[in-house]
Design a protein around this ligand. Sequence first.
Ligand code: URA
Length: 193
Amino acid sequence: MDMSELNARIEACRACGLCRNRTRAVPGEGCLEHPLVLCIGEGPGEQEDLTGRPFVGPAGQLLDRMLASVGLSREQVFIANVVKCRPPGNRAPEPDEVRACLPFLREQTRLLRPRILFCLGATAGRAIIDPAFRVTRQRGLWVERKGFYLMGTYHPSALLRDRSGQYKREAYEDLKALRRKIDELSASTQGGG
Ligand code: URA
């Protein structure tokens, strides 16, 4: 299966109740040629549901600025979500919805072959890193598994609500760690392994 076939399956999916309220499914977008980084959010919000594109609302604009702060653009990474259809009222997806949708993220990962899975928020951290993932405790820590480097940080929506600025400062530390890992992996690839 290639990415366009996968996208067509996602758009036609009726594996859970989220399909009933969707305007559009949101498969994901970005670099299709082995991006080093796959950014994983929770699920589409209102703007994403209307456009079929990930992270285009307020959280997405912040994500763009976060990536830019360490010299990355949307075009250099791939951006996807744990669930591909909008949960009503932007609630967190239920475990059965996550279970129904995860095979799509797995297939995206198989096709894209990223080295880093950068998890935005607790839903992605729990789905990808650890079922008991807590952002405040486990953010910024690399986990190496099956050839992938996994890290979780705050979801941009949480940063939009952060009054004290502490989460933003910590998220910036995580982004700098992401940058260092990218540089390390790029250097070892250029050096022939
Ligand atoms: N929040 C997410 O988790 N994903 C999006 O695509 C948009 C907002």
